[in-house]
Ligand binder design. Structure first.
Ligand SMILES: C[S@@+](CC[C@H](N)C(=O)[O-])C[C@H]1O[C@@H](n2cnc3c(N)ncnc32)[C@H](O)[C@@H]1O
Length: 252
């Protein structure tokens, strides 16, 4: 299987390619986290607790090296683009939820989609801003926690909300159902939510399915990786999956 970077945390073909793998949270933070969680303010965001909110440059460097080694670092964007072409006959409105350094958002913008990227880690967003500038594309970057998405981004007509790169397992503990509900609310009727994440951590496929159901989303399909939309790539077990849900055209 040729898996794209970020798509197969445990794949030998992409060893080290997924910065969200169990062994290398994020891009493999190499420094001691500096953001000490404040116990009075509730559970710390898992990403910030693990990386200290300082790993943006290291994340970019890691993917730069992977690309240099010939690894596919744009599998997610390619698959999302293909999906969008099947769904809409115009450049799509995309929300990249937990956009990080803009790895996926910038590539989608390069493919003419109109993209908003939201992330809470300023070190990641710094890299994202630089990446969109370098690529000469316009992406609207927003800093904040996805649980407050409705306040951060007022738009509600996204064709696609994407959460590639294990975002679901890095959310603030306890906020996951609310985040999924917020992502669902940002979709136009008929829009898609696509999330890829490792299933060998604290979020199971059934957890995620139930959050989506409560959020009023309908399951469309589950893929084993970001490789392709073909039937051969249907999920059939394993510790990584890409989940595709749709906001019903008419509210149920
Ligand atoms: C492993 S990175 C993936 C980044 C990007 N999606 C990619 O595939 O390259 C996970 C990202 O999720 C973001 N994140 C985690 N919890 C978040 C939250 N509650 N709100 C916004 N962003 C969040 C982190 O800041 C981090 O940039």
């Amino acid at each position: 299987m040729i898996a794209s970077a970020g798509s197969e945390p445990t794949s030998t073909t992409t060893a080290g390619s997924d910065p969200t793998s169990t062994t290398t949270a994020g891009s493999g933070p190499t420094s001691t986290p500096s953001a000490t969680p404040d116990p009075a303010s509730g559970p710390a965001n898992r990403w910030l607790a693990e990386t200290g909110g300082t790993q943006g440059a290291a994340y970019v460097e890691r993917f730069r090296r992977l690309a240099e080694q010939g690894q596919d670092v744009h599998g997610e964007a390619r698959l999302l683009d293909e999906l969008l072409h099947r769904e809409v006959d115009r450049p799509a409105r995309v929300l990249d939820a937990g956009c990080g350094t803009g790895r996926v958002a910038v590539e989608l913008a390069r493919r003419a989609h109109r993209v908003v990227g939201v992330d809470l880690d300023e070190s990641m967003l710094d890299q994202a801003r630089a990446a969109s500038q370098a690529a000469g594309v316009d992406v609207h970057w927003v800093r904040g926690d996805l649980v407050g998405l409705a306040r951060l981004v007022t738009e509600r007509n996204f064709d696609l909300v994407a959460a590639p790169g294990n975002v679901m397992v890095y959310l603030t503990p306890g906020t996951e159902p609310d985040v999924v509900a917020a992502l669902a609310e940002a979709l136009r009727p008929g829009g898609l939510l696509v999330a890829g994440f490792a299933l060998d951590r604290h979020v199971s496929a059934s957890d995620y399915a139930s959050w989506c159901e409560v959020a009023g989303l309908q399951p469309v399909r589950t893929l084993a990786s970001w490789d392709s939309l073909e039937e051969e790539n249907a999920y059939d077990g394993g510790d990584y999956a890409v989940h595709v849900h749709r906001r019903p055209r008419a509210r149920l």
